[in-house]
Design a protein around this ligand. Structure first.
Ligand code: SF4
Ligand SMILES: [Zn+2]
Length: 326
């Protein structure tokens, strides 16, 4: 679509108006959803990850198909693979069951549901005991959840599991003004309280941190990602994943046209990962999915990607790659 037309559709960003206006603006920018089926995860993969015990082990990730998250975060693209209506009771256990034969010998599993695991309209509460029973072979079960949905149901699910429960939550950024504009409906205090509650109840917390969210330039994006790492570890988070903010959800594309957003550079991800690992306060991972889009030099991309992968696995600082482009 020509940028002039995009700008007409997007209009100006409604950051000074109501949440409802913000939600509606975000919804108006969306491209169509992808088709999903309720008896299958929409994606599934097995990768290697450094665990809290220091070993690099296989971990399976389910991307469960379920009802769309009711929050409307500005940078979110997870709604693309969700249903409009809740799935029937029994559908999520069926999805978990579907991939179990592929997970033989794998000790850890992520159940990511494009939303909040303890949103009962996404994962029916009555399915939780069956899901927990199906997951009995795993030492670690990682789910994702909004800080405002932390509560007794997390502890109940923890008790139903044979392995340890870990909760991943989007901290996104500790820049107050940007966090507000992200429409996350969460304050830093909400995040800190939820982390405290979970950690005190023996549930480890992993934080997702955005590298260069909208409304920040490249240097500010780096600075605030580092400050977000500091904050996360100070309040008891055990593991942080740095997510380079990506175009593609409609809203960020519209903000890019309006001059409020640009994707971060690969060098910025390298810098923030090195900073986080250097802290030695917990595990820090760079999200490497679709990494090439952040690179500008084909000559060094593969070596730089391999270095980041190695740093994720070893949690050690490795020598920087030299190239004419740098
Ligand atoms: S809470 Fe998570 S899943 Fe829901 S809209 Fe925000 S980022 Fe997306
Ligand atoms: Zn290069």
């Amino acid at each position: 679509m020509p940028s002039v037309l995009k700008q007409q559709r997007s209009g100006s960003f409604p950051d000074k108006t109501s949440r409802r206006a913000m939600d509606q603006w975000i919804l108006r920018q969306r491209p169509p959803k992808n088709p999903t089926r309720s008896d299958r995860p929409y994606a599934f993969l097995i990768e290697e990850e450094r665990m809290a015990n220091g070993r690099v082990e296989k971990i399976g990730t389910y991307f469960l198909s379920n009802r769309e998250c009711p929050f409307r975060c500005l940078m979110c693209d997870l709604w693309k693979n969700t249903t409009d209506d809740p799935v029937s009771p029994g559908a999520i256990p069926q999805q978990v069951l579907w991939a179990l034969p592929k997970l033989s010998g794998v000790k850890h599993v992520k159940l990511y549901n494009s939303g909040n695991f303890f949103d009962s309209k996404a994962i029916p509460r009555k399915d939780l005991p069956e899901i927990a029973a199906l997951l009995s072979p795993f030492e670690t079960v990682i789910i994702e959840n909004h800080p405002r949905l932390a509560g007794q149901h997390c502890l109940d699910f923890r008790d139903q599991l044979a392995g340890k429960l870990e909760c991943a939550m989007g901290l996104e950024t500790v820049h107050d003004g940007v966090l507000h504009k992200l429409n996350k409906r969460m304050t830093l205090s909400d995040f800190a309280c939820a982390t405290d509650y979970l950690v005190k109840n023996d549930i480890a917390v992993r934080a997702f941190i955005l590298l260069r969210p909208p409304f920040l330039d490249e240097d500010e994006g780096i600075e605030w990602a580092m400050r977000s790492l500091d904050f996360a570890f100070d309040i008891g988070v055990e593991c942080c994943a740095i997510i380079p903010t990506r175009l593609g959800n409609g809203a960020l594309d519209a903000l890019a046209v309006l001059g409020h957003f640009a994707e971060p550079k690969l060098a910025s991800l390298e810098q923030v990962l090195a900073y986080g690992i250097g802290l030695q306060k917990g595990r820090v991972f760079a999200d490497l999915w679709d990494l090439q889009r952040f690179a500008s030099c084909p000559a060094c991309f593969k070596t730089r990607a391999a270095r980041l992968q190695k740093m994720n696995e070893t949690q050690m600082l490795l020598p920087e790659i030299s190239c004419e482009c740098l």
